[in-house]
Design a protein around this ligand. Structure first.
Ligand code: GAR
Length: 216
């Protein structure tokens, strides 16, 4: 016993969807372990068996499934398979963490699917803007600020209501790699912060505006 007492708080049951390295998933697992994020990752779903992120799920003993888009005739059927798993696991919030397939959001999951995008939406987002493509486009345009955006997911790429954004400077000698690292460092704070706000029941959507209530 450390003698440190922490009030018990209910944990929001989430599923994390990945397609790649799962660095955001690893960060969430760490924040949960550190007692900084009141979420319970019930399930990880990957769109490919090659996703390195599956390792993080295995190491943390989180149930994982692979559902390949190519095994389903349509986006709707693929999404149905995913949300069936999600419901069966008792999940209340679906968290996209580098998940690169477009979903059809069912009615019962409207404003219950979130994503992080490595730019300040609506800049450098939409189909084809993922990973390094985003940072290359930001540098080519010459913006002085970039950052990350946590948003609810709707049926268009990178389009749903914005929950929070964190800006980072773009420096004169940046390469896509150095900018990506700075943005990712911001993501590691922004995503858990947004998830914690949702877990605390402080996030409300009014049209396109997302309202954050003060702590209880
Ligand atoms: C996320 O951190 C996010 O910035 C980006 O993928 C990263 C995780 O991918 N998402 C998008 O670009 C979505 N449009 P990884 O797990 O493969 O590193």
């Amino acid at each position: 016993m450390t003698g440190v007492h922490r009030d018990w708080r209910p944990r929001l049951p989430i599923a994390v969807l990945i397609s790649g390295t799962g660095r955001s998933l690893a960060n969430m697992i760490e924040k949960i372990r550190a007692g900084e994020l009141d979420c319970d990752i019930r399930l990880v779903i990957s769109s490919t068996p090659e996703a390195k992120g599956l390792m993080f799920a295995e190491k943390a003993s989180i149930p994982a499934a692979v559902l390949r888009r190519g095994d389903f005739p349509s986006r709707e059927e693929y999404s149905t398979a995913i949300f069936d798993r999600v419901r069966a696991a008792g999940v209340e919030l679906v968290v996209l963490a580098g998940f690169l397939k477009q979903l059809a959001i069912p009615d019962d999951f409207v404003h219950r699917v979130v994503n992080i995008h490595p730019a300040l939406i609506p800049a450098f987002c939409g189909k084809g803007f993922y990973g390094h493509h985003v940072h290359e486009a930001a540098l080519a345009y010459g913006v002085k600020l970039s950052g990350c955006t946590v948003h609810f997911v709707d049926n268009e790429y990178d389009h749903g209501p914005v929950i929070l954004q964190v800006a980072v400077p773009v420096l004169d000698d940046d390469t896509p790699d150095t900018l990506a690292d700075r943005v990712f460092a911001a993501e590691c704070e922004a995503y858990p912060r947004a998830l914690q706000l949702i877990a605390e029941g402080r996030v409300r959507v009014e049209g396109r505006r997302v309202r954050i209530a003060a702590p209880a």
